[in-house]
Design a protein around this ligand. Structure first.
Ligand code: XIL
Length: 363
């Protein structure tokens, strides 16, 4: 008996030594550095390699330029990129006759070098308006010219580099009425249709989206959006897809996401989950911590949303984009002034358990 145990211990020791040799790099001071990932099932799985549709992130250009961990993660994980800020109006068109494409061009070059799709965000929005637009004085024709020139100059500049655009962003209020933006005030309700026509003239190959938030919170705003979109389609206005931002929260009823995704898919247009993040502190609790239970809940919700999206017809799956990369970069804590953990990577750019929830959503 004793002898058998000795043999077993010896055999285990030999096996362990062999394994750690084949799985390690240079020994330094007795510390072995692993050179291969430890996940035995899918050691090289990433979001871009695992998802059956494009998987993207909104990126912050200064982090992309200056933070090596961030840049490496973006290169590794995603195959579609949206600019978090640098393709908005204030950035691209700071004065009437001045366009600044520097940062957006940097993103396009980065995407080209690394084989990634670029989705353009956004041409016409009530936010990110430079003073020259809010102060603009002119009659209806002058406003129309402003709208058309703005859209067409930008779309033409990125032709062949940006495959798709959020042409109009957030044109509805939560009660389903058209938002009383400067665009509505100066151009009337049909400005939305004209934005699509102008964008299409500048780049007939670009896929054109209407982007908004809140589809999953209830039928009122969703119905207004879908009625507007269906109206454009029936008039032959060139619109190709719906962007569902999905700045969502973990404690919605589980059926809400499927209901919203399926309603958008019922238009027959492409559907882009365009700004996904899952807030874990929707009640603004300043003392909240991210517990194992919250992490597990978030994992299940990421999985469910991915499952719901994966169930719509393939040809309509434009992809899923998260709104930035890690909890350190998310806009949620700053925007709502609270601690929160909405994204699949943690403050150290390590994968959170909900990363696996995303992968599991397509299994
Ligand atoms: C947000 C950015 O993440 C912030 O950094 C910025 O300060 C404000 O805009 N809906 C949109 C996005 O369409 O453009 C917004 O992005 C988030 C809500």
């Amino acid at each position: 008996m004793k002898r058998e145990i000795k043999v077993l211990v010896l055999a285990l020791a030999v096996t362990f030594t062999a394994c750690s040799k084949s799985n390690s790099g240079t020994d330094s001071g007795g510390i072995t550095t692993p050179t291969t990932p430890t996940n035995p099932v899918t050691p090289t799985a990433t979001l871009q390699s695992s998802m059956p549709f494009p998987f993207g992130a909104a990126v912050n250009i200064s982090l992309l330029k200056n933070n090596t961990a961030y840049r490496a993660l973006v290169i590794k994980e995603y195959n579609s990129l949206t600019a978090e800020s640098v393709m908005k109006t204030a950035a691209l068109h700071p004065a009437q006759n001045t366009y600044d494409f520097t940062d957006a061009d940097y993103l396009c070059d980065f995407a080209k070098t690394n084989g990634k799709r670029v989705h353009g965000h956004t041409l016409i929005w009530y936010k990110s308006l430079p003073a020259w637009i809010t102060n603009f004085q002119g009659d209806a024709a002058a406003w129309e010219n402003l709208l058309k020139t703005h859209i067409q100059t930008i779309v033409a500049h990125f032709k062949g580099k940006v495959v798709s655009w959020d042409v109009v962003n957030e044109a509805f209020e939560d009660d389903g009425t058209l938002r009383n933006s400067i665009w509505l005030q100066k151009l009337g309700p049909d400005y939305i249709a004209r934005c699509y026509t102008y964008a299409h003239e500048a780049d007939p190959d670009a896929l054109l989206f209407y982007n908004d938030y809140g589809h999953e919170y209830g039928p009122t705003k969703r119905a207004a959006i879908l009625s507007m979109v269906n109206g454009l389609v029936s008039r032959g206005i060139p619109i190709n897809g719906i962007g569902m931002q999905m700045h969502t929260r973990y404690n919605l009823g589980d059926s809400n996401w499927a209901t919203a995704i399926n309603a958008c898919a019922a238009t027959g247009l492409k559907v882009h989950i365009s700004e996904l993040d899952i807030a874990m502190n929707p009640n603004n609790d300043q003392t909240l911590t991210y517990t194992a239970a919250l992490s597990e809940a978030q994992t299940q919700k990421y999985k469910l949303i991915v499952q719901d999206y994966n169930a719509i017809p393939k040809a309509q799956q434009f992809g899923i984009t998260t709104w930035n990369v890690s909890d350190a970069d998310s806009w949620i804590p700053g925007n709502y002034n609270r601690p929160d953990w909405p994204l699949p990577f943690d403050f150290n750019y390590a994968r959170k358990p909900c990363y696996q929830g995303i992968l599991d959503g397509v299994k």
